[in-house]
Design a protein around this ligand. Structure first.
Ligand code: PEP
Ligand code: MG
Length: 602
């Protein structure tokens, strides 16, 4: 980002950049560019025994920095001719600086000889190198001092593994522009300061995208050309519907988008009127519409949206942006407050699902490095290995369940044995709590599995014997069925929850749940897509769990659907094997079948 801002000589006129519109809506506001660096650097003395570990920590940060720069360089190739070369060369130069022996040797010597921590050692060595460049007479070489500092700031940021919070200092209703926005960043966002955001990296179904939809702010990811330059304060428009960001809009463009904003507000108001209406189809079938909850602070929006419960509470929030792990007591208090707020509506608490793209800093070493993080130590696999972590969570959930209806949901289950193990632990924890005289519910809460690994969907009948309910995770089910990283914008075009293979697995899961007579919901992003509503109802789904911002729209959709027609429609969709044809039919909706039949009769 910095690269670009520096290289852009002066602001040109209106410019449109394309990206993946991951959260719909329009936002207009001043740009707030999140630069690397700007972080206070800690300085402390090491003991002789700490030196070796500190050098290793520094080497790890160097590797991470190299990887980031490589990723950005690959992205820069997609920039328009000229810019691609400029930015590419600069990033190559940065890579060279990070691995220069002068920097590496200098820092390692400072750590071992001056016994200085790695961040301070980098700062010191960067200062020396930058001063050398700055004193050069050649203007071009003198300007390289800034580049060296930029590289140093990036290294320090990677060493600290903790970002400064840029979201606190931005003016209200800013549009955040960054190289990358992580799920942890979105958890820090104060909705009053964030009108929208856009980033160079990231795919449509990564958690940053999900969080944006949850908060209901327009967002764009994979905007390669953002490397091409925006300055803080410039007016920008995010069009999350069309997947574009408009820099320095002309008065005409601004006018047109302001009119769209007014329309958007009118539509939202109209949908709010549905809050107390039941989600019932035209033929009178009642559908359960619950909400996904990412952060406790959003509980009010769940209730305002008219959700009949929380179908998915992602508990990762409890583990983000902190250096330590939450205790059982701390987790219990957060959950108990949520249960109370729900006033008798069920709260489905999913146990920790870190790993893959969702990282908790306190678990960094436990998770370790993995060649395929999405296939590695993640979610319940981590819980059953680090049982203290899982037990603390199960204990907290059980205790909270004494205050109102709670369901326990286990992520990333691939074997029946895992569910049996969790149930055994739950029973043991219940006994332990009872022995200590701690209040627990009279019966164990329902225990369900996320069906999000193809193996679990294919073996859904077996899982139905060890689960009280199912929740289909269409995001991961798509990722694992198609082998497409859901957070990678370079393969985002291949990520398709409407692929016939994914639909088949959803059909299998719902059918198995019906056979076993257990509830099944769908809480992936597909549940919030109105194009999928008739299909899912037609496949037998009667429970949806959706981002609160999307809930009214889906309720509205459900109220316009005739179930027998949706069942026939789902059968038509399942007959198709061509992804493009499936999308086209979903786009046209079930009414199109009636129209086609009427046309045939004529
Ligand atoms: C899913 O995978 O569909 C899901 C709901 O879980 P998450 O997005 O948190 O992985
Ligand atoms: Mg998942």
């Amino acid at each position: 980002m910095k690269i670009a801002a520096e290289r852009r000589k002066k602001a040109e006129g209106e410019k449109i950049l394309r990206g993946i519109g991951v959260s719909s809506g329009i936002a207009i506001g001043p740009a707030f560019v999140i630069e690397q660096g700007g972080i206070p650097v800690p300085e402390y003395t090491l003991s002789a025994g700490q030196v070796e570990k500190e050098v290793k920590r520094f080497q790890g940060a160097v590797q991470k920095t190299q990887k980031q720069l490589g990723l950005l360089k690959a992205k820069a190739e997609a920039l328009p001719a000229g810019a691609d070369e400029d930015v590419g060369l600069l990033l190559e130069a940065y890579k060279g600086m990070v691995s220069s022996s002068r920097l590496l040797r200098g820092v390692e010597e400072t750590i071992s000889e001056a016994k200085l921590n790695a961040e301070a050692a980098v700062q010191r060595q960067i200062g020396v190198i930058a001063a050398g460049f700055a004193s050069m007479e050649d203007e071009y070489l003198a300007a390289r001092a800034d580049d060296v500092r930029e590289v140093g700031a990036r290294l320090i940021r990677n060493l600290l593994q903790q970002k400064y919070n840029p979201f606190e200092s931005a003016p209200p209703s800013s549009i955040f522009l960054a190289e990358e926005i992580t799920p942890a960043d979105t958890a820090l966002m104060d909705p009053s300061r964030v009108a929208g955001f856009a980033a160079v990296l990231g795919g449509a179904e990564g958690h940053a995208a999900i969080m944006a939809r949850a908060i209901g702010i327009p967002a764009l990811l994979g905007v390669t050309e953002l490397i091409g330059g925006v300055s803080t304060g410039e007016t920008v428009i995010i069009d999350g519907f069309a997947g574009k960001i408009i820099l320095r809009p002309t008065p005409e463009t601004l006018q047109a988008y302001k009119a769209q904003l007014v329309k958007q507000a009118r539509e939202t108001k109209k949908l709010k009127g549905l809050r107390t209406m039941p989600a019932v189809t035209l033929d009178g079938t009642l559908v359960t519409v619950e909400a996904n909850l990412e952060l406790p602070r959003d509980i009010d929006s769940v209730l305002e949206a008219g959700a009949t419960g929380v179908g998915l509470l992602r508990t990762e929030f409890n583990f983000m942006n902190r250096p330590d792990l939450p205790s059982e007591d701390e987790q219990f208090e957060v959950l108990r407050d949520l249960v109370k707020k729900m006033e008798g509506r069920p709260l489905t608490v999913r146990t920790l699902d870190v790993g893959g793209e969702k990282i908790a800093s306190a678990l960094g070493e436990t998770l370790g490095e993995s060649i395929n993080p999405a296939l590695g130590l993640r979610a319940i696999r981590l819980g059953l290995r680090e049982t203290k972590l899982l037990d603390a969570q199960l204990g907290a959930i059980l205790r909270a369940a004494a205050y109102g209806p709670v369901r326990i949901l286990i992520p990333m289950v691939s074997s029946v044995e895992q569910m049996k193990q969790v149930r055994e632990r739950l029973v043991a924890i219940e006994k332990r709590l009872q022995r200590r005289g701690i209040k627990v519910p009279s019966a164990l809460p329902p225990l369900g599995a996320m069906i999000e690994i193809p193996a679990a969907a294919l073996a859904a009948d077996a899982f139905s014997r060890v689960c009280t309910f199912f929740a289909i995770g269409s995001n991961d089910l798509t990722q694992y069925t198609l082998a497409i990283d859901r957070g990678d914008d370079r393969v985002a075009n291949l990520y398709n929850p409407y692929h016939p293979a994914v639909l088949r697995l959803i059909e299998l899961t719902i059918a198995a749940a019906w056979r076993a007579n257990i509830p099944v919901s769908l809480c992936g992003e597909m549940a919030g897509d109105p194009r999928a509503t008739a299909l899912l109802l037609g496949l037998g789904l009667r429970e949806f769990s959706i981002a609160p911002s999307r809930l009214p729209k889906i309720k509205n959709e459900i109220r316009s659907i005739d179930l027998p027609q949706a069942i026939a429609f789902a059968q038509e969709v399942l007959k198709l094997t061509d992804e493009v044809a499936i999308r086209a039919l979903l786009e046209r909706g079930p009414e199109s079948m009636q129209e086609a039949a009427a046309a045939r009769k004529k």
